[in-house]
Structures are given as C-alpha cells and as structure tokens.
Design a protein around this ligand. Sequence first.
Ligand code: FES
Length: 333
Amino acid sequence: MSNESNEIAKFQDPGLPEHVHRKTDVDPKAADRAERQVAILFILSALSTVLAIYSYIFIPDDKFFFLPIMGDTNAHQLFLGLGMAFALLFIGLGLVHWAKTLMPDTEVIAERHDFRSPDEDREDFVRTVKEQAAAAGLGRRSLIKRTLGLALGVSALTPLVLLRDLGPLPKKKLEKTSWKAGTRLVTDPGDRPIRPEDLEVGAVAQVLPELVPGKVRHLSDIAKDAVLLIRLRPNEFQLNAERLSWTHDGIIAFSKICSHMGCAVALYEQQTKHLLCPCHQSTFDVTRAAKVIFGPAARPLPQLAITVDADGFLVAQQPFNEPVGPSYWERSS
Ligand code: FES
C-alpha cells in the first residue's frame, strides 16, 4: 500500500494491542516448514480423491463387510464417501493452515464507495489484489501452488467419474427380486413367517422374503423386495378373476417401492383404502390393484401374488407381476 491515493490503507487501531508477528513471519525456516505442511495436506486431499475414484470404479457395489457399529456395510459406498469427504477436508485444512501461517495477517480497512468506483480506484484495486497475491507467496511458494493445483485438479475429476452413473440402464437387474414361487413372507423387522390370521381387517404390514439359510440380507435387496400387505374384506376388491386369485382371504400384497421415482410408499388411509407416496403424493387404490388415482406415478404398484403353504404360512405364488420401482427405467428413449 505504497500509493497514498489508494483508499485502502493499513492501520493500527490505537485501541488494539500491538500487532504480534507470527513465527512464520520472522523465521524463514518456520515458514518453509509451514509450506511443507500445507503441501502435505493438499497431497493427502489428492490421494483421498484417488481413493474415491478407485472405490467407485473397482469395488463392486454389492460387496459388503461387517462393521461393529454399522452392521453390514457396503464397501463401495463407504470408501467412495470417505474418499470424497477426506478430499474436501484436507483441501479445507490446507487452506486454513496456509491462511493462518503464511498469508499476510495485517489489519486492513476499506472505505465504502457509492455504486461504481472511479476508474482510478478500480485500477488501484487490481494493483492491490496483485500485491496481496504476491504477498501471500503465490508466485514465490511454488510448492504450495503446485500441490494446491494437484488437489483441486484431481478433485475436479470426481464429478466426471460420476457421469458413469448415467448409464448403462440397469434393465434386467431391477426386474429381479428375491421373490420366487413358495417364498414365505416374513415380518420386517423380526423375520417371522406370517399366517393370514396374524393380520386383522384394515391392518397393513411390511414384509420381506424369508432369507435363504446362510445368506445375508443386503440393503439393496431390501430396497427391491419390500412388500406391503394389506387386509380388506374380500368383497371390497374390484379386481378381475386373475388378480383376485393373487389375493388370499382379503390379503393383498404390493411392492412398497413407488413406481414414480422409487420412494417408499408409506402411508395407508384405512377409510379410503388408498396408499400414498409421501414424496410426490402419488395415490394408489388398493381395491383396484393399486391403480394410480392421483399424482405423477405412471403405473400401478407391482402386485405379488400370494397364497398359503401346507403349514398355513403366507407364501408368494410367483415373482412380482412387473419390475418394481421407477417406470422410467423401462423407457427406450
Ligand atoms: S416417488 Fe412416489 S410419487 Fe414420486
């Protein structure tokens, strides 16, 4: 701030204690040490981004392992999330450390202007910014400049890698759920097989397919397999003969995954016998095979045909009649 016409001026407020210089201001070795620390933080950020990208591409999204506090954990999502979080954390820590140890810490006051500043002031401003950038060591501290460029450059790759999510469409993958002919319906939570008499008229329950012994229930399976069981009086249905044969003693079963965008259809109005999706208010009429009567969903909820086995427990007659979840997956264009 050597130009006296510049209205931005450093000053020492007489009410403040005298300015104390940091160690890095007076000791070049301390400044170099701080520079290396900042560089290490930026390099750690870049490595974290590499971890995120590696997890995204190379760890299969159906690989799970057990963690004591989290239970079954998806390795793909865990390391992708940790990589991205640490990439941002280390960039943030590096910038803060840089600002605290190496950037100028003088007090500056800027006088206010009305609207557009005169050209002379604007030129002064540009000159001041350049001076401050030089004082911050951007030109001199090439190690920081290079490692910051590395961290930012590598982290910018992450959104590009995520473009991979745009395709290919899952196609057949979504069509397959764990429901098969003879699969028992079990309570969620509890994994207890259900008999028709466990459900009163007007009741609703969430169920899952019984686990095959030795298998683990993954979150991605629950997302596709969840079923809502609803019990009406048999004469309340308005179904054709085939659909009626998919019910048992007034109990009807639908996929819980909304056919609009995949939210959990979680609300049942007992009076109207409507199922509601809380996300965009799609409403499905239970008496008419979950026909859409309101909202953006384009097709009914897939129905699971049910019956009872020899022991009197509810079982599936066959897989869902249609793929579960958002219907846009099925569009060809
Ligand atoms: S996801 Fe259900 S209405 Fe949109």
